[in-house]
Design a protein around this ligand. Structure first.
Ligand SMILES: NC(=O)c1ccc[n+]([C@@H]2O[C@H](COP(=O)([O-])OP(=O)(O)OC[C@H]3O[C@@H](n4cnc5c(N)ncnc54)[C@H](OP(=O)(O)O)[C@@H]3O)[C@@H](O)[C@H]2O)c1
Length: 276
């Protein structure tokens, strides 16, 4: 890929994506980052990336523009760039939570745009993201592949066929790391209640989570079968699973993800109204 990829905002996620692309052999000078903070840009410049504190300069040079500012900043950031963007028509990849394709297009003066709306998650910071993305109808197959290449530089990236599913992605993988952190916290505390010291409980919990995830990712069977295989009738695992099941764990996850999905849709509506 020799198109210039420009990041509007050089914070945590943009830095993770740029770092992932560099780690995969992307030419540093084909990456450009714009941000108001010189200290943020200095680190990227040191790695050979182009940087600017002027968003208009970024827009002038980028064929692919990654929107990576905070949601509440988006309208103010795009307004002065809209005219230049209408002339240049780059592929736009937005990772801005809650910003819809229609909302972004409105901020750019309306009409149809090639926009990829993506929802990565925090493990992008350690190159282990799970990202779902949706492409507006104007995105060509070649552009979709470019977006796939950029987003998968920090982990898994999967395309969904309906923009409304981005709220489901947000509920599942966007917020998902916190669910696992909560489970790990609960296991750690329970291990300590059984007499293990904090360090041992923590290490055993984290390694168990990592090992289980690695097994699940590499196995040729589903997680239900993996669980069945480690649950001997009358054994210790069965005793624990019975408690979790009777406490309604599965139903709780169902309700939790529905709540997160509804909240994601609501926040998206609020963002769109605030930008009007
Ligand atoms: N972190 C996650 O796990 C995650 C997951 C999914 C989606 N996202 C989305 O990713 C986006 C970025 O999140 P983040 O965690 O990377 O936030 P972040 O670290 O705060 O990055 C945003 C960057 O944009 C800069 N910025 C502010 N105003 C600007 C302007 N006028 N022009 C150019 N840059 C400007 C900020 O600079 P200052 O620090 O000076 O304000 C900051 O460096 C958000 O929209 C978020 O919804 C994040």
């Amino acid at each position: 890929m020799s198109d210039c990829v420009g990041f509007l905002g050089a914070g945590n996620m943009a830095s993770a994506l740029a770092g992932g692309l560099l780690a995969r052999g992307h030419v540093p000078s084909d990456l450009m980052l714009a941000d108001p903070l010189p200290a943020v840009l200095a680190e990227h410049a040191r790695r050979g990336c182009r940087t600017s504190s002027d968003n208009a300069e970024l827009v002038q040079q980028a064929q692919i523009l990654v929107l990576a500012v905070k949601p509440q900043m988006l309208a103010a950031v795009l307004a002065p760039l809209a005219e230049r963007l209408r002339e240049r028509r780059p592929l736009i990849i937005s990772i801005v939570a809650g910003a819809t394709i229609e909302g972004i297009a409105q901020l750019l003066g309306g009409g149809a745009w090639a926009i990829v709306r993506a929802m990565p998650n925090t493990p992008a910071l350690v190159q282990s993201a799970a990202t779902g993305y949706y492409c507006s109808p104007q995105v060509s197959e070649a552009q979709r592949q470019q977006a796939q290449q950029i987003l998968s530089a920090v982990g898994l990236a999967l395309c969904v066929e309906d923009e409304a599913l981005i709220d489901a992605v947000t509920a599942l993988s966007g917020s998902g790391p916190a669910y696992f952190f909560l489970v790990m916290q609960a296991m750690q505390q329970a291990g300590m209640a059984l007499g293990l010291d904090a360090r041992t409980a923590r290490s055993l919990t984290l390694q168990t989570a990592l090992g289980a995830a690695q097994m699940a990712v590499t196995a040729d069977v589903g997680v239900d079968e993996l669980r069945r295989r480690v649950t001997s009738p009358g054994g210790t695992t069965e005793a624990a699973i019975a408690v979790l099941s009777s406490a309604g764990l599965v139903e709780s996850f169902d309700r939790a993800l529905h709540a997160a999905q509804a909240r994601a849709a609501e926040l998206g509506r609020q963002l769109q109204e605030a930008a009007r």
